[in-house]
Write a protein that binds this ligand. Sequence first.
Ligand code: NAD
Ligand code: DAU
Length: 352
Amino acid sequence: MDLTHHNSSLYHIASASKTPERILVTGGCGFAGANFVRYVHAMHPEVNITVLDLLTPAGNLESIKSLLGDGVEFVHGDIRDEALLDHLVPGHDAIVHYAAESHNDNSIANPEPFVKTNVEGTFRLLEAARKYDVRFHHISTDEVYGDLALDDPAKFTEETPYHPSSPYSSTKASSDMLVRAWHRTYGLRTTISNCSNNYGPYQHVEKFIPRQITNIIEGIRPKLYGDGLNVRDWIHTEDHSSAVWTILTTGRLGETYLIGANGERNNLTVLRDILRVMGQPEDAFDWVKDRPGHDRRYAIDSTKLQTELGWRPTHTDFESGLRQTVQWYIDNPQWWRPMKHDTELVYSRRGQ
Ligand code: NAD
Ligand code: DAU
């Protein structure tokens, strides 16, 4: 018996090694989803992409508008709409599920949409994927693991127990559990990725880095929560996209992969970097009240993804990625200005 051949064909069955021809990307008008659509369109132009997005205040069709009609199709709708999914899902080789309510501060103010979209929405998509036997990649977050102490040398791995803190992260943890159950119980061809904090173009101005950049452009003082020492593990969104593509096409079915690029920095350091890059004094910001339940530190160990699938990040120089991001917001005020005023109004009502 040819064991080598036997093992490799088994691996072939258990892995997702076929390049998909047609993918359905949910949440493809949001920050990470739009960057993924743009990445696949540029790197794999033979792949047809359907974007399903509800265009909540976090979604912006402008982020993918230039691609429409060129292998990218947009469908306006809700991932919880069963009839729409029955119409849309057949004919796709894979679903890449980015759609979510994604902002921790919003989840603290009003958790209900988070349960509806992140839990019920993922359930509906899983059911549609099961009905039409479609491969499913679930986009998740490192926040499902809770947080680490600042002086803890540990990082999150795929074995770290789930311990979410916020309404947002608990709904993402719930959705991960649904995906695992659909794989084990129904044999759905799934993978999950849990990524750390993304930065780059097309990110909503409610999020930390774009909020501060656009504040400075608008003459508003940047705002830092609490003592500013909370650590996030920053990764350029293009590296997130390349990792997701790698997992979608070569990941082992039923597996979880952590995505990160060794980008740990505390918020004070990041804010001072932004101020320096934008030619401002390093103390030109306001301290504001802390986020309730604020996670202290995230850190990703991406050894599994790197050793098993050979993925590597390319944007490893944070300062250079930050400069490009600052330049993108300077060059594209028409993209973010329409949402800036209302976003700051919400923050000022919360005293942040
Ligand atoms: P985002 O808020 O920028 O975009 C979310 C998108 O989903 C929007 O376009 C919105 O219109 C759409 N959407 C929301 N509810 C919907 C619904 N019911 N039906 C259809 N579309 C709906 O979020 P993001 O930062 O791009 O995050 C996308 C995904 O990536 C999320 O699942 C998030 O948990 C995950 N993630 C993000 C990061 C990050 O740093 N941004 C890191 C790790 C994981
Ligand atoms: O870790 C991955 C997660 O990263 C994703 O799952 C989430 O969808 C994404 O929003 C992000 O979550 P965070 O809560 O870490 O990101 P946010 O940009 O909201 O905040 C980053 C840090 O900056 C956090 O410690 C809070 C702080 N902060 C945020 C804002 C908006 C400030 O100090 N000032 C601010 O104005």
